[in-house]
Design a protein around this ligand. Structure first.
Ligand SMILES: [Fe+2]
Length: 186
């Protein structure tokens, strides 16, 4: 119940924070992904209320200090990287930290509900867990497909300029950049 209250507070904070994060994103696909997850997050609040009911418990929230901290860091990232080509990669990183916290929490909650033989609660928690995992995967894909490349954009131009004298093929630079992006996305 304590962990449920923690996540109930976390989801409610995210409902308020995700529109701000979407506004800070300059990549249209990232904006859309964040707003799609906002809809799911609103659903998570409702599902958690149903989980409390499935345990015949009163719905309650308890300040989730981790989410408070992660969102504070997200706000700072949005401010620090405003106008930078790295803004979207930085926002993906902030959002994925939230998703991983949620995945850990819902993984535990789902197991515990199963141990307590509450199938209804376990089912609801598994649905939320699957949506958090899917949201995290979409963020990884977006990072690999565009955000990380965009972040490397400026430095790549500089690298290519300095390599002109060596007549290094630009293709190789792109491959190296792609590799770096893949590492960043993990
Ligand atoms: Fe959620």
């Amino acid at each position: 119940m304590d962990e449920l209250a923690d996540m109930y507070d976390a989801e409610k904070r995210l409902v308020k924070a995700l529109p701000k994060m979407a506004k800070a994103a300059t990549c249209e696909d990232l904006k859309a992904a964040i707003l799609a997850h906002l809809k799911e997050t609103e659903g998570h609040v409702t599902k958690l209320e149903q989980v409390f009911q499935a345990f015949d418990e009163k719905v309650r929230g308890k300040t989730c200090e981790a989410t408070v901290g992660l969102l504070k860091e997200g706000d700072k990232i949005a401010a620090d990287f405003k106008g930078s080509p790295a803004i979207n990669a930085a926002l993906v990183s902030a959002a994925q930290k939230v998703e991983h916290y949620e995945m850990a929490s819902y993984g535990c909650l789902h197991e515990w509900a199963g141990l307590l033989d509450n199938e209804e609660a376990a089912g609801l928690l598994l649905q939320i867990l699957e949506e958090e995992k899917a949201a995290n995967e979409s963020l990884t894909e977006l990072a690999r497909e565009s955000c990380n490349q965009q972040a490397l954009g400026d430095s790549d131009e500089n690298e290519n300029e300095s390599d002109d004298a060596n007549d290094k093929p630009a293709k190789k630079q792109s491959a190296a950049s792609r590799k770096r992006s893949a590492v960043l996305a993990k």
